[in-house]
Design a protein around this ligand. Structure first.
Ligand SMILES: [Zn+2]
Length: 591
């Protein structure tokens, strides 16, 4: 496919397809619609008996999908409007209204979920057998059956969470989000937020890098005893609820079940990663040479190697991404192009617009919406490929229901990361400037470290910390365990300083969503392995890959992948991803 250069311009997205506006009758109708639907849904309560016939049962599931569909659309309109302008009062109040509305709807429809989990196996199998695309969604709800408490207990847990562990996490956020970091830059002391401190942490000045890190952990360390206590409480709450009451086998097993990934696969992933920490240690030694240091300090691991400040026009960026996708598979390129052609991409940088980037897939029938802030850097081109990859994933799965088209967490980064890989390959093939090529390769390794090794070591720390806290470990003991974790991660490749003993209290994920982090490593390694298969198999790989994406969230990740010949319980599979990384380091050594 040929694209004329600069066909596409930086612009704002058009949300008109969702609702014409905040005051539109369509929006009010949507709320009224859900009201009516839920009222009639409540009426089926009496029909839910173990011997309910499959048609009646399916009608109930379809009705709840219909409600979810309308709610998704309203929720998306509110959320996307807010992201496009966080100062927009209309968007803010609609967000508040929707959140309250959804919570009420959830309470009123909770009975279905509880009834379904409580139903005997024989009847559940009978009903799932005729539920078509809803089967996996229904099956997943039932996975939690052995860990479900009585309705009264569940209600108490819900209520207590609002003022207990949720409140604790909110307080953690409230405290840490108002931190101010002081950094002397060019003789002037600047007061910075954590996001504003980040460029210095990843900047080219070694002195500023060290100072920025020292300031980061000085501030967190000052509150270390309070933040540490919050973590201890979070871990105890996790244990009390999930182990003592819900009878999970381990703190991490809770997350594994939510991800629907077997404990065994996660353990193998973690073990293989640990065995391959040497690849990154080799990389850090190499990187030290490239930035003219004897040995990297922990402060230097994200330091830029060369300074290529090549700027990209948005039209060129879009062309490169679409061309690389189309070269891989024309259909993939066409789907990505639809996001741009339908004005579902907000690429413009505006005051008040949310930072970063995301892709929102709302319902199977909606072309996903993508938000990013295009500032003409090479990084932005990669982000465009990444987010359009997410959009393609959802679009390929659009034949599934609203409940099953979304891929589950461990597979959620497949198409996005793969899209970046395809783009990178094109950039490397076309780039003649050695400095730019080197930058691309180093950036890839930095990212791989941050998403794989670092996240798995976080998960290992979480595993140890939850266990230690159960045995009454003090905050100092947890900090010491964290330093041990870092020593093992970096070996002799990086010089560690004592400041990093407070790093663990600065990681929001381990407070918010315990054991979330390993999913990043899962996704990234999966893509490296898939990419390696693509290189080896060429054309015959493509249908297999498209099939993985098309499955969306309609099956367990293990099933989707085993259909593609991948065994996530096998060490050999995960090792394949590390072999790709090892070869990348080889290539860098040759430069
Ligand atoms: Zn992503």
């Amino acid at each position: 496919m040929a694209y004329s250069i600069s066909t596409y311009l930086v612009k704002k997205w058009d949300l008109g397809e969702l609702f014409p506006g905040f005051d539109s009758p369509e929006l009010q109708e949507a709320f009224d619609n859900v009201e009516e639907q839920v009222a009639s849904f409540e009426g089926v309560r009496g029909k839910l008996t173990p011997d309910v016939d499959s048609e009646t049962f399916l009608d109930v599931v379809r009705a709840s999908e219909e409600t979810a569909r309308v709610l998704n659309r309203v929720y998306a309109f509110a959320g996307l409007s807010f992201a496009a302008d966080t100062q927009d009062q209309n968007a803010q109040s609609l967000m508040g209204r929707v959140q309250q509305f959804v919570a009420e709807i959830q309470n009123r429809t909770l009975f279905f979920n509880l009834w379904w989990k409580d139903l005997d196996d024989a009847n559940a199998q009978r009903l799932m057998g005729t539920s078509g695309d809803y089967r996996y969604y229904l099956e997943e709800i039932r996975h939690f059956k052995p860990h479900t408490l009585s309705e009264a207990e569940e209600k108490v847990v819900n209520l207590k969470d609002v003022t207990g562990s949720n409140a604790l996490v909110n307080l953690y956020d409230a405290m840490t989000n108002r931190y101010v970091f002081k950094l002397e830059v060019n003789g002037k002391v600047k007061e910075l937020t954590r996001a504003e401190l980040q460029p210095y942490i990843q900047g080219s000045d070694p002195d500023l890098r060290a100072k920025a890190y020292q300031e980061l952990y000085r501030v967190y360390g000052e509150d270390g005893l309070v933040l540490g206590q919050m973590y201890q409480t979070r871990a105890r709450d996790w244990y009390n609820e999930n182990i003592t009451m819900r009878k999970f086998s381990s703190p991490m097993a809770v997350r594994n079940l939510a991800n629907d990934v077997p404990d065994e696969a996660v353990n193998v992933l973690m073990d293989v990663t640990k065995k391959n920490s040497k690849i990154f240690q080799r990389y850090f030694k190499l990187k030290a040479r490239h930035i003219g240091m004897e040995r990297l300090r922990r402060y230097d691991i994200y330091a830029p190697v060369a300074k290529s400040d090549k700027a990209f026009e948005f039209g060129d960026a879009a062309r490169m991404v679409l061309e690389s996708f189309s070269a891989f598979e024309p259909r993939v390129g066409e789907l990505a192009q639809r996001v741009l052609d339908e004005d579902h991409l907000d690429s413009e940088v505006r005051k008040g617009k949310q930072g970063g980037a995301f892709c929102a897939s709302i319902n199977p029938e909606n072309t996903p919406y993508v938000l990013m802030n295009f500032t003409a850097r090479a990084r932005d081109v990669a982000t465009l490929a990444h987010e359009l990859g997410h959009a393609i994933h959802a679009m390929l799965a659009s034949h599934h229901s609203t409940f099953t088209f979304h891929s589950s967490l461990p597979l959620a980064e497949t198409a996005s990361t793969f899209g970046e890989m395809i783009l990178t390959e094109k950039l490397l093939a076309e780039e003649t400037d050695e400095a730019v090529r080197r930058d691309i390769l180093f950036k890839q390794m930095d990212d791989a470290f941050a998403t794989i090794l670092r996240q798995i070591y976080f998960a290992m720390f979480e595993r140890d910390a939850h266990d230690m806290i159960q045995k009454n470990a003090s905050i100092d003991e947890l900090s010491a365990a964290y330093m041990e974790n870092l020593k093992e991660q970096f070996g002799d490749s990086v010089e560690l300083s004592d400041d990093f003993k407070w790093e663990w209290v600065s990681i929001p994920h381990i407070y918010h969503t315990p054991f979330y982090v390993y999913a990043y490593a899962f996704g990234q390694l999966l893509v490296f392995s898939l990419y390696q298969q693509y290189k080896a198999e060429g054309e015959s790989f493509k249908p297999k890959y498209i099939k993985i994406l098309s499955a969306g969230g309609s099956e367990a990740p293990e099933k989707i992948l085993s259909d593609a010949g991948i065994d996530i319980r096998s060490a050999k599979f995960w090792q394949g991803g590390f072999d790709v990384l090892s070869r990348m380091v080889d290539e860098l050594e040759k430069l």
